[in-house]
Ligand binder design. Structure first.
Ligand code: PMP
Length: 337
Protein backbone atom coordinates (compact mmCIF):
# COMPACT_ATOMS: atom_id res chain seq x y z
CA UNK A 1 0.00 0.00 0.00
CA UNK A 2 1.25 3.46 -0.90
CA UNK A 3 -0.57 5.75 1.52
CA UNK A 4 0.86 8.81 3.23
CA UNK A 5 0.98 9.32 6.98
CA UNK A 6 -1.74 11.45 8.63
CA UNK A 7 -1.05 15.17 8.92
CA UNK A 8 -1.58 17.53 11.84
CA UNK A 9 -2.24 20.67 9.77
CA UNK A 10 -4.05 21.41 6.51
CA UNK A 11 -0.95 23.25 5.30
CA UNK A 12 0.89 19.92 5.33
CA UNK A 13 -1.46 18.85 2.53
CA UNK A 14 0.49 21.09 0.14
CA UNK A 15 3.14 19.28 -1.92
CA UNK A 16 4.05 15.59 -1.88
CA UNK A 17 1.92 15.24 -4.99
CA UNK A 18 1.58 11.93 -6.87
CA UNK A 19 3.51 11.18 -10.06
CA UNK A 20 1.78 9.30 -12.88
CA UNK A 21 3.05 7.64 -16.05
CA UNK A 22 1.32 9.21 -19.07
CA UNK A 23 0.66 6.42 -21.58
CA UNK A 24 -0.24 8.34 -24.77
CA UNK A 25 2.63 10.84 -24.39
CA UNK A 26 5.08 8.01 -23.57
CA UNK A 27 4.09 6.19 -26.77
CA UNK A 28 4.39 9.41 -28.79
CA UNK A 29 7.85 10.13 -27.38
CA UNK A 30 9.22 6.58 -27.42
CA UNK A 31 10.21 6.87 -23.74
CA UNK A 32 8.64 7.34 -20.31
CA UNK A 33 6.79 10.64 -19.78
CA UNK A 34 5.75 11.25 -16.18
CA UNK A 35 3.28 13.86 -14.95
CA UNK A 36 3.48 15.46 -11.49
CA UNK A 37 -0.13 15.81 -10.35
CA UNK A 38 -0.09 19.33 -8.92
CA UNK A 39 -3.87 19.54 -9.31
CA UNK A 40 -4.07 17.38 -6.18
CA UNK A 41 -2.90 20.29 -3.99
CA UNK A 42 -5.68 21.78 -1.80
CA UNK A 43 -6.06 24.77 -4.15
CA UNK A 44 -5.91 22.44 -7.18
CA UNK A 45 -2.73 23.93 -8.64
CA UNK A 46 1.06 23.96 -8.45
CA UNK A 47 0.90 27.48 -7.01
CA UNK A 48 -0.09 26.33 -3.53
CA UNK A 49 3.58 25.48 -3.05
CA UNK A 50 4.79 29.02 -3.80
CA UNK A 51 1.95 30.52 -1.74
CA UNK A 52 2.96 28.49 1.32
CA UNK A 53 6.66 29.35 1.01
CA UNK A 54 5.97 33.05 0.41
CA UNK A 55 3.68 33.33 3.46
CA UNK A 56 6.08 31.36 5.69
CA UNK A 57 9.00 33.51 4.49
CA UNK A 58 7.10 36.74 5.29
CA UNK A 59 6.29 35.34 8.75
CA UNK A 60 9.90 34.31 9.35
CA UNK A 61 11.14 37.79 8.39
CA UNK A 62 8.65 39.28 10.85
CA UNK A 63 6.80 41.22 8.11
CA UNK A 64 3.54 39.33 8.41
CA UNK A 65 1.95 39.60 11.83
CA UNK A 66 -1.25 38.07 13.25
CA UNK A 67 -4.30 39.67 11.61
CA UNK A 68 -2.18 40.99 8.71
CA UNK A 69 -3.02 41.01 5.01
CA UNK A 70 -1.36 39.32 2.06
CA UNK A 71 -1.70 41.25 -1.21
CA UNK A 72 -0.83 39.68 -4.54
CA UNK A 73 -1.15 40.19 -8.27
CA UNK A 74 -1.91 36.92 -9.99
CA UNK A 75 -3.45 35.18 -12.98
CA UNK A 76 -5.52 33.37 -10.34
CA UNK A 77 -3.89 30.20 -9.13
CA UNK A 78 -1.39 31.89 -6.83
CA UNK A 79 -4.25 33.93 -5.40
CA UNK A 80 -6.23 30.78 -4.67
CA UNK A 81 -3.18 29.24 -2.95
CA UNK A 82 -2.53 32.41 -0.96
CA UNK A 83 -6.18 32.72 0.08
CA UNK A 84 -6.17 29.16 1.43
CA UNK A 85 -2.84 29.51 3.23
CA UNK A 86 -3.83 32.94 4.61
CA UNK A 87 -7.16 31.56 5.87
CA UNK A 88 -5.34 28.73 7.61
CA UNK A 89 -2.90 31.20 9.23
CA UNK A 90 -5.44 33.91 10.13
CA UNK A 91 -4.59 36.55 7.52
CA UNK A 92 -6.74 38.52 5.08
CA UNK A 93 -6.12 38.29 1.34
CA UNK A 94 -6.37 40.94 -1.38
CA UNK A 95 -5.93 39.68 -4.94
CA UNK A 96 -5.38 41.85 -8.02
CA UNK A 97 -6.09 40.01 -11.25
CA UNK A 98 -6.45 40.84 -14.95
CA UNK A 99 -10.14 40.72 -15.90
CA UNK A 100 -9.59 38.31 -18.82
CA UNK A 101 -8.93 35.27 -16.63
CA UNK A 102 -11.46 32.47 -16.30
CA UNK A 103 -14.72 33.20 -14.45
CA UNK A 104 -14.10 30.06 -12.37
CA UNK A 105 -10.92 31.56 -10.92
CA UNK A 106 -12.69 34.81 -9.98
CA UNK A 107 -15.63 32.93 -8.45
CA UNK A 108 -13.24 30.67 -6.54
CA UNK A 109 -11.28 33.60 -5.10
CA UNK A 110 -14.48 35.33 -3.96
CA UNK A 111 -15.76 32.06 -2.50
CA UNK A 112 -12.54 31.68 -0.47
CA UNK A 113 -13.07 35.12 1.07
CA UNK A 114 -10.39 37.03 -0.83
CA UNK A 115 -11.02 40.65 -1.74
CA UNK A 116 -10.79 40.69 -5.52
CA UNK A 117 -9.58 43.71 -7.50
CA UNK A 118 -9.93 43.35 -11.28
CA UNK A 119 -7.81 45.42 -13.65
CA UNK A 120 -7.65 45.50 -17.46
CA UNK A 121 -5.01 43.19 -18.97
CA UNK A 122 -2.11 45.48 -19.89
CA UNK A 123 1.60 45.23 -20.61
CA UNK A 124 4.04 45.05 -17.70
CA UNK A 125 5.31 48.56 -18.53
CA UNK A 126 1.82 49.98 -17.76
CA UNK A 127 1.67 51.35 -14.18
CA UNK A 128 -1.83 49.83 -13.86
CA UNK A 129 -0.60 46.31 -14.70
CA UNK A 130 -1.87 43.86 -12.07
CA UNK A 131 1.60 43.39 -10.58
CA UNK A 132 2.19 47.13 -10.02
CA UNK A 133 -1.37 47.65 -8.77
CA UNK A 134 -0.89 44.91 -6.19
CA UNK A 135 2.41 46.43 -5.00
CA UNK A 136 0.76 49.85 -4.56
CA UNK A 137 -2.18 48.34 -2.69
CA UNK A 138 0.20 46.52 -0.34
CA UNK A 139 2.09 49.76 0.33
CA UNK A 140 -1.16 51.61 1.06
CA UNK A 141 -2.63 48.93 3.38
CA UNK A 142 -1.58 48.86 7.05
CA UNK A 143 -0.20 45.49 8.15
CA UNK A 144 -0.01 44.21 4.58
CA UNK A 145 2.77 42.38 2.78
CA UNK A 146 3.20 42.08 -0.98
CA UNK A 147 3.69 38.44 -1.95
CA UNK A 148 5.51 39.46 -5.17
CA UNK A 149 5.58 35.94 -6.61
CA UNK A 150 7.48 37.00 -9.75
CA UNK A 151 10.53 38.38 -7.96
CA UNK A 152 10.29 36.76 -4.55
CA UNK A 153 12.60 33.76 -4.67
CA UNK A 154 10.77 32.07 -1.80
CA UNK A 155 8.66 30.94 -4.80
CA UNK A 156 11.38 28.92 -6.50
CA UNK A 157 12.68 27.69 -3.14
CA UNK A 158 9.40 25.78 -2.81
CA UNK A 159 10.44 23.78 -5.88
CA UNK A 160 14.13 23.44 -4.96
CA UNK A 161 13.18 22.02 -1.57
CA UNK A 162 9.87 20.35 -2.52
CA UNK A 163 9.07 19.45 -6.11
CA UNK A 164 12.62 18.51 -7.18
CA UNK A 165 13.46 16.13 -4.28
CA UNK A 166 9.98 14.60 -4.58
CA UNK A 167 10.58 13.85 -8.29
CA UNK A 168 14.03 12.48 -7.54
CA UNK A 169 12.66 10.15 -4.89
CA UNK A 170 9.58 9.12 -6.89
CA UNK A 171 11.74 8.21 -9.90
CA UNK A 172 14.31 6.51 -7.65
CA UNK A 173 17.13 8.78 -8.75
CA UNK A 174 16.78 8.01 -12.44
CA UNK A 175 15.54 10.98 -14.44
CA UNK A 176 16.91 12.19 -17.78
CA UNK A 177 14.91 15.31 -18.42
CA UNK A 178 12.46 17.81 -16.98
CA UNK A 179 10.48 20.51 -18.71
CA UNK A 180 7.67 22.96 -18.02
CA UNK A 181 6.46 26.39 -19.07
CA UNK A 182 7.14 29.55 -17.06
CA UNK A 183 4.75 32.04 -15.53
CA UNK A 184 6.87 33.44 -12.74
CA UNK A 185 9.52 30.86 -13.63
CA UNK A 186 9.55 29.55 -10.07
CA UNK A 187 8.75 26.00 -11.10
CA UNK A 188 11.19 25.62 -14.02
CA UNK A 189 14.02 27.38 -12.19
CA UNK A 190 13.45 25.68 -8.83
CA UNK A 191 12.95 22.16 -10.18
CA UNK A 192 15.86 22.71 -12.59
CA UNK A 193 18.20 23.81 -9.81
CA UNK A 194 17.00 21.09 -7.47
CA UNK A 195 17.40 18.27 -9.99
CA UNK A 196 20.80 19.50 -11.21
CA UNK A 197 21.99 19.40 -7.60
CA UNK A 198 21.22 15.66 -7.61
CA UNK A 199 22.58 15.01 -11.11
CA UNK A 200 23.97 17.68 -13.42
CA UNK A 201 23.19 15.49 -16.46
CA UNK A 202 19.43 15.92 -16.05
CA UNK A 203 18.45 17.97 -19.09
CA UNK A 204 16.26 20.95 -18.24
CA UNK A 205 14.11 22.37 -21.01
CA UNK A 206 11.92 25.44 -21.02
CA UNK A 207 8.62 24.92 -22.83
CA UNK A 208 7.29 28.29 -23.94
CA UNK A 209 3.83 29.06 -25.29
CA UNK A 210 3.50 31.39 -28.27
CA UNK A 211 3.38 35.06 -27.26
CA UNK A 212 6.11 34.64 -24.63
CA UNK A 213 9.66 35.93 -24.93
CA UNK A 214 11.68 33.29 -23.11
CA UNK A 215 12.07 30.86 -26.02
CA UNK A 216 13.96 33.49 -28.00
CA UNK A 217 15.87 34.57 -24.91
CA UNK A 218 17.25 31.10 -24.25
CA UNK A 219 17.66 30.31 -27.98
CA UNK A 220 19.43 33.52 -29.06
CA UNK A 221 19.70 35.88 -26.10
CA UNK A 222 16.90 38.19 -27.20
CA UNK A 223 13.68 38.76 -25.22
CA UNK A 224 11.34 38.74 -28.20
CA UNK A 225 7.74 37.47 -28.32
CA UNK A 226 5.92 36.18 -31.39
CA UNK A 227 2.26 35.19 -31.75
CA UNK A 228 -0.13 34.74 -28.85
CA UNK A 229 -1.67 32.12 -26.55
CA UNK A 230 -4.87 31.71 -24.58
CA UNK A 231 -3.07 29.65 -21.91
CA UNK A 232 -3.55 31.17 -18.46
CA UNK A 233 -0.72 31.43 -15.95
CA UNK A 234 2.18 31.00 -18.39
CA UNK A 235 4.01 33.16 -20.89
CA UNK A 236 6.66 35.52 -19.60
CA UNK A 237 8.24 38.54 -21.24
CA UNK A 238 11.11 39.23 -18.85
CA UNK A 239 13.73 37.54 -16.69
CA UNK A 240 12.10 37.57 -13.27
CA UNK A 241 14.25 37.17 -10.16
CA UNK A 242 12.98 33.60 -9.99
CA UNK A 243 14.29 32.93 -13.52
CA UNK A 244 17.72 34.42 -12.85
CA UNK A 245 20.33 31.65 -13.01
CA UNK A 246 17.79 29.02 -14.09
CA UNK A 247 19.79 26.11 -15.56
CA UNK A 248 17.99 25.88 -18.94
CA UNK A 249 19.75 23.53 -21.39
CA UNK A 250 17.28 23.72 -24.24
CA UNK A 251 13.91 25.21 -25.18
CA UNK A 252 10.77 24.36 -27.13
CA UNK A 253 7.90 26.46 -28.39
CA UNK A 254 4.47 24.85 -28.30
CA UNK A 255 1.25 26.14 -29.91
CA UNK A 256 -2.15 26.27 -28.19
CA UNK A 257 -3.43 23.74 -30.76
CA UNK A 258 -0.73 21.25 -29.80
CA UNK A 259 -1.33 21.83 -26.10
CA UNK A 260 -5.08 21.40 -26.58
CA UNK A 261 -4.49 18.18 -28.53
CA UNK A 262 -2.83 16.72 -25.44
CA UNK A 263 -5.40 18.19 -23.05
CA UNK A 264 -8.06 16.35 -25.08
CA UNK A 265 -6.15 13.08 -25.31
CA UNK A 266 -5.23 13.03 -21.62
CA UNK A 267 -8.88 13.59 -20.79
CA UNK A 268 -10.36 11.00 -23.13
CA UNK A 269 -7.64 8.36 -22.97
CA UNK A 270 -6.33 8.66 -19.43
CA UNK A 271 -9.13 10.34 -17.48
CA UNK A 272 -7.13 13.45 -16.53
CA UNK A 273 -8.97 16.78 -16.70
CA UNK A 274 -6.32 19.51 -16.93
CA UNK A 275 -5.72 23.12 -17.88
CA UNK A 276 -3.93 24.23 -21.05
CA UNK A 277 -0.54 24.86 -19.46
CA UNK A 278 -0.46 21.13 -18.57
CA UNK A 279 -1.14 20.21 -22.21
CA UNK A 280 1.62 22.55 -23.36
CA UNK A 281 3.99 21.04 -20.79
CA UNK A 282 3.19 17.52 -21.95
CA UNK A 283 3.78 18.48 -25.60
CA UNK A 284 7.14 19.93 -24.53
CA UNK A 285 7.99 16.80 -22.56
CA UNK A 286 7.37 14.68 -25.68
CA UNK A 287 9.80 16.90 -27.65
CA UNK A 288 12.39 16.60 -24.91
CA UNK A 289 11.91 12.82 -24.67
CA UNK A 290 12.34 12.41 -28.43
CA UNK A 291 15.49 14.53 -28.35
CA UNK A 292 17.02 12.52 -25.50
CA UNK A 293 16.23 9.26 -27.34
CA UNK A 294 17.73 10.67 -30.57
CA UNK A 295 20.86 11.62 -28.59
CA UNK A 296 21.32 7.94 -27.72
CA UNK A 297 20.24 7.96 -24.07
CA UNK A 298 18.78 4.61 -23.00
CA UNK A 299 15.57 3.99 -21.02
CA UNK A 300 14.78 7.68 -21.07
CA UNK A 301 12.56 9.16 -18.37
CA UNK A 302 11.17 12.70 -18.63
CA UNK A 303 8.99 14.45 -16.07
CA UNK A 304 6.73 17.46 -16.38
CA UNK A 305 4.12 19.34 -14.38
CA UNK A 306 0.36 18.86 -14.59
CA UNK A 307 -0.20 22.37 -13.26
CA UNK A 308 -3.88 22.70 -12.49
CA UNK A 309 -7.32 21.14 -12.77
CA UNK A 310 -9.41 21.51 -15.91
CA UNK A 311 -12.47 22.14 -13.73
CA UNK A 312 -11.10 25.68 -13.47
CA UNK A 313 -11.74 26.15 -17.23
CA UNK A 314 -15.22 24.73 -17.83
CA UNK A 315 -16.34 28.04 -19.35
CA UNK A 316 -13.29 28.27 -21.63
CA UNK A 317 -11.25 25.22 -22.69
CA UNK A 318 -14.20 22.88 -22.23
CA UNK A 319 -16.77 25.17 -23.85
CA UNK A 320 -17.38 24.79 -27.60
CA UNK A 321 -18.53 28.41 -28.12
CA UNK A 322 -15.50 29.79 -26.35
CA UNK A 323 -13.09 27.59 -28.30
CA UNK A 324 -14.76 28.64 -31.56
CA UNK A 325 -14.58 32.32 -30.56
CA UNK A 326 -10.81 31.94 -30.19
CA UNK A 327 -10.47 30.13 -33.52
CA UNK A 328 -9.39 26.96 -31.74
CA UNK A 329 -10.45 23.41 -32.61
CA UNK A 330 -13.45 22.13 -30.63
CA UNK A 331 -13.19 18.77 -28.87
CA UNK A 332 -15.49 16.46 -30.81
CA UNK A 333 -17.38 15.32 -27.70
CA UNK A 334 -18.32 18.95 -26.96
CA UNK A 335 -20.14 19.10 -30.30
CA UNK A 336 -22.82 16.65 -29.10
CA UNK A 337 -26.36 18.04 -28.56
N1 PMP B 1 0.32 26.83 -15.10
C1 PMP B 1 -0.64 27.53 -14.47
C2 PMP B 1 -2.06 27.16 -14.72
C3 PMP B 1 -0.30 28.57 -13.60
O1 PMP B 1 -1.27 29.28 -12.98
C4 PMP B 1 1.07 28.90 -13.41
C5 PMP B 1 1.46 30.02 -12.48
N2 PMP B 1 1.16 31.30 -12.92
C6 PMP B 1 2.03 28.18 -14.12
C7 PMP B 1 1.62 27.13 -14.93
C8 PMP B 1 3.50 28.53 -14.08
O2 PMP B 1 4.14 28.34 -12.86
P1 PMP B 1 5.33 29.28 -12.42
O3 PMP B 1 4.74 30.56 -11.93
O4 PMP B 1 6.01 28.52 -11.32
O5 PMP B 1 6.24 29.52 -13.57
Amino acid sequence: MNITKPFGSTLDLIGNTPLVLLKGPSEAAGCEIWGKCEFTNPGSSVKDRAALYIVRDAEARGELKPGGTVVEGTAGNTGIGIALVANARGYKTVIVMPDNQSQEKMDTLRALGAELVLVPPTKFADPNHFVHTSRRLAEETAGAVWANQFDNIANRKAHIEGTAPELWEQLEGRIDGFTCAAGTGGTIAGVGMGLKAFDENVRIALTDPHGAALYNYFACGELKAEGSSVAEGIGQGRITANLEGAPIDTQYRISDEEGLHWVGRLLREEGLCLGLSSGINVAGAIELGKQLVADGRKDVRVATILCDTGFRYLSTLYNADWLRSKGLPVFEWLERD
